[in-house]
Ligand binder design. Sequence first.
Ligand SMILES: Nc1ncnc2c1ncn2[C@@H]1O[C@H](COP(=O)(O)OP(=O)(O)OP(=O)(O)O)[C@@H](O)[C@H]1O
Ligand SMILES: N[C@@H](CCO)C(=O)O
Length: 356
Amino acid sequence: MSEPRGTVVIKVPATSANLGPGFDVVGLSLSLYLTLIVKFGPPSPDLVNITYSGEGADEVPLDPYRNLMTRVALYVLRCNNHRSFPPELVSIHADNQIPFGRGLGSSGAAVIAGVLLGNTLGKLNLSRERMLDHALMVERHPDNVTAALVGGFVGSYLRELGPVASEAAQVPLSEVLPEYPPNAGEDWGLSPPVPPLGIGHFVRFGWNPSIKAVAIIPRFELSTAKAREVLPTEYSRKDLVFNIQRLAVLTTALGQSPPDPELIYEAMKDRVHQPYRTKLIPGLPAVTSSLTPESHPGLLGICLSGAGPTILALATHNFESIAEGARTIFQTENIQVDWKLLEVVGGSQTYEVHEN
Ligand SMILES: Nc1ncnc2c1ncn2[C@@H]1O[C@H](COP(=O)(O)OP(=O)(O)OP(=O)(O)O)[C@@H](O)[C@H]1O
Ligand SMILES: N[C@@H](CCO)C(=O)O
């Protein structure tokens, strides 16, 4: 018989996607965490008890069939021949530092936490690549989930799939993540849409550790879904070339020592998503154009974080003055902000805690 399990901790970082020109391509993992404390005990028919503290604690569903993390865990379990949560699972406490709907990857962190949870509960030993496949069936753009899983400054692409795998990867999310367990007597079977192999591929770029991230966080939420609705479906060649040129430079420039503010500032400009999101985030163009390395020494570049509304300023010093500069501009639009100085960190971790 295998050893009874005690407590497992799962820790997933926040992420900032896009970094300006890398829409749906690059992500950066940052030092705010979603932490799960998962407790096991003697087998019991009772459903797992979920509790939350921190960001989102007053709005997140605690029913394991409605909560995003446990629904993802259940999806991973069902894809790997486990019908449900193991009877030894007693409780999950989530402590969350990542604000919801602000562009700091809260949903990506919840999805990765769910994948790691499913992997732990089913003792599946999935490889990191296979875990990413499962995550990409839920969050279909790879930037946040890849950075949250592997950590650092990461670029990723989705592989073009053949017709069969392509169909499997396009199933509606409601089928990947059904909200409810089957009614009594019904069986939802063991045939969820299993992810095709090797959907996502990634590479980690160099990062100069003297570069920190100032996150300027407006006090309003903007859902990623809403911020994607305003984007066009077609772009001019001029705008695409503008972004590709900058992204190519940025992926190396942020690893160089010393970092070159002139190079990075221009390389963090974007024409694919930020201009269209301005109508949802008053003050965005003024903040990204008024704060420069000349006006605020130490600033390297500034952009929208993920789908917004958070602004991400990369800098080596002078953090408070950069954040206050952004605050002043947002105030003219009647938007209040909070700001945090964040470090670029490693990826997700799962570890057992042995209690005496
Ligand atoms: N820890 C969590 N547990 C359960 N649900 C969560 C958790 N974190 C986020 N969510 C869900 O994800 C939603 C936010 O996701 P959304 O994609 O809109 O924004 P985001 O991930 O914070 O920002 P971005 O994708 O731009 O970085 C929340 O409103 C909530 O429904
Ligand atoms: N690349 C995504 C990140 C948000 O999750 C977007 O900008 O919509």
